[in-house]
Ligand binder design. Structure first.
Ligand code: NAD
Length: 473
């Protein structure tokens, strides 16, 4: 075992580069000894992964809390541990069905040959993760990769060093290095990692870094699944009941303090109902998170730099004429507790309206007609998620058919992610490709078409001399 490194000194980076090269060579050699692993081999890898998460879950929770400053154990359990273990169980249950070759019927011109599609692993998959759900967003893609029969190398975020270290140790204890391995380090190591000739890369992170990853991967013709972020809108229809909608919106917005790729970013609220909406949100924030900043259920902002960025977003919006409404409690800069804030009517070119917020700031935009709300969404980058609240079926259909988003939850937030059979992925600037459940299995598989000729060939007319065939054409 080569000790994982976290330092970003020139020597550290050079050593990490050498380690990446050595690991990838070992994994490719391992892959070549068993190109299409059996059901038993794959199931065993998934079972070991499950046992690893079970055995390490307390240590993972402690490490993640340490990395965040405060992140409640319940949040890590519900958003990192439980979904990953559920996804492993789901994959193990479905594995035989996913692996089965698909018979394909042939056109008469192909008969009497037979055909099928074989689902085979791609080889070695590289997985680069972000810090916000550090376990989930590295291990969920791994489940699909292992189920599909691949080997994998993981590069968790440098902003969760305690978790990354724990993951490296847990993986080293659970898997041979040529099966699954962890590489730790910051952007320089990540750059070397994504430049390595993997058979597939999954990148979860920001759009800006995603562009760099795609460029690096293109040099190797490595296909990439890009799981990026963006501004996910919530439309509150005039038919909405705030008593039902607001608690669900506030939950989705403030889970992990808004540091969620699919968090509601801005709310489109019917003109004339903004004041009612804000007082409902304020009351709900006080119900869910009383006494901020001293509330143990509220997650800290990951770093002082991120805290300063959120402060700056609010200040800029205020300076540019937006209304800023504190939704409950006060900030604690030292503990990086950023109390929830709503920003209403910020100009479109302010940071809060132009960038992904990724924190507990809710931008509010008033709209007059549904067409106007749809047009507002459609003239922006395609969002990772879209939420609609209301009772009006016709309006619901218009929003569903009139907009494009990575995924949608109607009358709630975030929950489409929690279903293993719903593919998860972005579109346009929020990314491409998808995983979760069978979608993940297919992302990490090559669907190989195979035609088997019969003893009697039905296509002898393809052979020259063509004199007789030509006379039929
Ligand atoms: P980030 O892009 O800063 O970092 C993500 C990973 O990329 C880290 O592991 C980092 O080390 C690595 N990296 C940094 N520079 C690199 C480079 N030049 N080449 C290759 N890799 C490099 O993102 P983040 O701040 O960790 O995460 C927040 C972002 O991720 C938000 O935009 C959020 O919406 C998005 N996100 C998306 C999803 C999703 O599933 N679609 C999930 C969570 C977060």
């Amino acid at each position: 075992q080569v000790a994982p490194r976290t330092d970003e000194t020139a020597t550290g980076v050079a050593e990490s580069e050498a380690r990446i090269t050595a690991l990838l060579a070992a994994q490719k050699a391992g892959w070549a000894t068993d190109v299409t692993p059996s059901h038993a081999t794959r199931d065993d890898r998934l079972a070991r992964l499950d046992r690893m998460v079970e055995a390490w879950h307390e240590r993972f929770i402690t490490a993640i809390s340490e990395d965040f400053g405060n992140r409640p154990a319940v949040v890590t359990t519900l958003t990192d541990i439980v979904p990953v273990r559920a996804a492993i169980r789901h994959a193990r249950r479905q594995l035989r069905a996913w692996m089965r070759p698909r018979r394909v019927s042939l056109a008469w011109t192909g008969k009497p040959a037979s055909a099928q599609i074989l689902r085979q692993p791609l080889g070695v998959v590289g997985i680069v993760g972000p810090w916000n759900y550090p376990l989930n967003l590295v291990l969920s893609p791994l489940i699909g990769a292992l189920a599909a029969g691949n080997r994998a190398m993981l590069k968790p975020s440098e902003l969760t060093p305690a978790f990354s270290q724990a993951l490296a140790l847990a993986v080293a204890e659970t898997f041979a290095e040529d099966e699954v391995a962890v590489v730790t380090g910051g952007p320089d190591v990540a750059t070397a990692f994504t430049a390595a000739p993997f058979d597939h890369l999954v990148f979860t992170g920001s759009t800006a870094v995603g562009r760099k990853v795609v460029e690096a991967a293109a040099k190797n013709l490595t296909p990439v699944t890009l799981e990026l972020g963006g501004k996910s809108p919530v439309i509150l229809d005039p038919s909405v009941d705030f008593d039902k909608a607001v608690p669900r919106l506030v939950w989705g917005k403030l889970l992990n303090s808004g540091q969620t790729c699919v968090a509601p970013d801005y709310a489109l609220v019917p003109l004339g109902r903004v004041a009612d909406f804000l007082s409902a949100v304020k009351a709900e924030v006080e119900r869910q998170y009383p006494g901020l900043p001293a509330n143990a259920d509220y997650t800290s902002i990951i770093s002082a730099r991120h805290f300063a960025r959120l402060t700056q977003l609010v200040e800029e919006a205020r300076d540019r004429g937006a209304e800023v409404v504190e939704l409950g409690g006060a900030h604690d800069a030292e503990g990086r507790v950023f109390a929830p804030v709503a920003v209403i009517g910020a100009p479109e070119d302010t940071g809060v309206m132009a960038e992904e917020i990724f924190g507990p700031i809710l931008a509010v935009v008033a709209y007059d007609t549904l067409d106007e709300a749809i047009a507002y969404i459609n003239r922006r980058d395609r969002p990772l998620a879209l939420y609609w609240f209301g009772e009006d079926k016709a309006a619901e259909t218009r929003v569903l058919t009139g907009t494009i988003a990575g995924g949608v939850t109607i009358n709630d937030t975030l929950l489409h992610l929690a279903q293993d059979d719903l593919p998860f992925g972005g579109v346009g600037a929020s990314g491409y490709g998808a995983y979760h459940g069978e979608a993940g299995f297919l992302t990490f598989s090559k669907e190989k078409p195979v035609l088997k000729q019969s003893a009697i060939s039905g296509v002898k007319f393809l052979y020259p001399p063509y004199g007789r065939v030509a006379s039929f054409m």
